[in-house]
Design a protein around this ligand. Structure first.
Ligand code: FES
Ligand SMILES: [Fe+2]
Length: 380
């Protein structure tokens, strides 16, 4: 049986690509302005509320109206271009959006220009001055935007790593129980690379490697080892089979899921422990015994990335008064902080050898795929 691992050393990206301004601007244009970017789960924004999102110098606003419908616009007035919403998020006080500069007013849901404050002008066609809509798509309750207005959402091309198991989950009706944010001082690709391998797991994540015994072998999948078929047959330890350690039910501080579960996928999770889905460049999602965690990555600059993690639960779990969310949240934060710290260490080392690149070892096949993706997008 084939293994996932690389069979020869592969050149990593040049170290310069992790801080060079020209490369970063090219990535913004060719990748971030052309791909489906994850914004948030629909339950993380209340009705009659808005949220803005900045991607480099572009800023968009997502609005949920009183009927729970979503609209997404560029955060720019059609008059002379003023920013309209100046907070990251907030409540919309009326069904009308008013520009803070000269008070042009727009309809909240459609973005249609309702009124200007000027003297009447012949031949002024209000219809031409609506707010500019942003291309968006809601998939299973997850809101994605694309700054390329021509792109159509396509499941196959949006998710580089997809797992059909998610189709069994009623994700639209899950509820975001907690949101955590952190800015990490590293290039966005460094954080993705770190996410894509487990060579670092035993020393960076001792608690996680205890929970997921396979990670003690520095692998993300049992099939990463060339002899995985034999190893599986001849070893009964879960290190060779995948899944969580004996007795553990979910990714949490004590391994317990407190009697809660994502029922439709339990058998799948029992054998695998966790299931991942990812879409470059902004989102990875993990399915665990009793919850889902989504992590969004947005670059702030060439050497800073903003992480936003959302923990999603079935409604019944959150309404269960004895369920303690902290058990899974604290564990997720522990692991993400460990990854954030080591990603910053990685970043600090790359400046010395600007003409060089690193090397990818057998277990780093997902990073190789990621580099192929980045190179291809930059050439487009
Ligand atoms: S810029 Fe918005 S009303 Fe003038
Ligand atoms: Fe990690």
């Amino acid at each position: 049986m084939k293994s996932n691992s690389l069979t020869k050393p592969e050149k990593s990206l040049p170290f310069k690509w992790y801080y060079d301004q020209k490369i970063f601007q090219k990535e913004i244009t060719k990748i971030f302005n052309d791909e489906w970017l994850y914004v948030c789960h629909i339950s993380s924004i209340d009705k009659n509320h808005y949220r803005t999102l900045s991607v480099n110098n572009k800023n968009i606003v997502l609005i949920k109206n009183k009927l729970n419908d979503i609209s997404v616009f560029y955060n720019t007035c059609s008059h002379r271009g003023s920013q309209i919403f100046d907070q990251k998020e907030g409540k919309v006080k009326s069904p009308i959006i008013i520009c803070p500069y000269h008070q042009w007013s727009y309809e909240l849901s459609s973005g249609k220009l309702l009124n200007t404050t000027s003297l009447k002008l012949k031949n002024f066609d209000k219809k031409k001055y609506s707010l500019q809509k942003v291309n968006f798509y809601i998939w299973k309750g997850l809101v994605f935007v694309n700054l390329n207005s021509k792109k159509k959402f396509n499941l196959q091309s949006t998710f580089q790593y997809y797992d059909k198991t998610i189709e069994k989950i009623d994700l639209e009706n899950f509820v975001v129980g907690h949101v955590w944010k952190k800015n990490v001082l590293c290039n966005w690709k460094i954080y993705w690379e770190n996410y894509s391998e487990c060579l670092h797991c035993p020393n960076i994540h001792p608690e996680l490697s205890d929970l997921v015994p396979l990670y003690q072998r520095r692998l993300v999948d049992i099939k990463d080892h060339p002899e995985w078929v034999i190893l599986k047959k001849t070893n009964s330890h879960s290190k060779y089979h995948g899944g969580l350690k004996n007795g553990a039910e979910t990714w949490s501080v004590d391994g317990s899921s407190q009697g809660q579960s994502i029922e439709d996928v339990q058998s799948e999770l029992e054998s695998r422990g966790q299931i991942y889905i990812s879409t470059w460049p902004t989102m990875f999602l993990g399915i665990y015994g009793d919850h889902i965690r989504i992590v969004r990555l947005i670059p702030i600059s060439s050497e800073e990335v903003e992480l936003t993690a959302e923990w999603l639960f079935p409604k019944s779990t959150l309404s269960n008064s004895i369920y303690k969310m902290e058990n899974v949240i604290d564990f997720g934060i522990l692991v993400m902080n460990q990854d954030a710290n080591i990603s910053e260490v990685n970043q600090r080392g790359i400046y010395n050898l600007e003409k060089n690149s690193g090397v990818l070892m057998p277990e780093e096949y997902i990073i190789r795929d990621f580099h192929i993706y980045v190179r291809k997008k930059l050439k487009e």
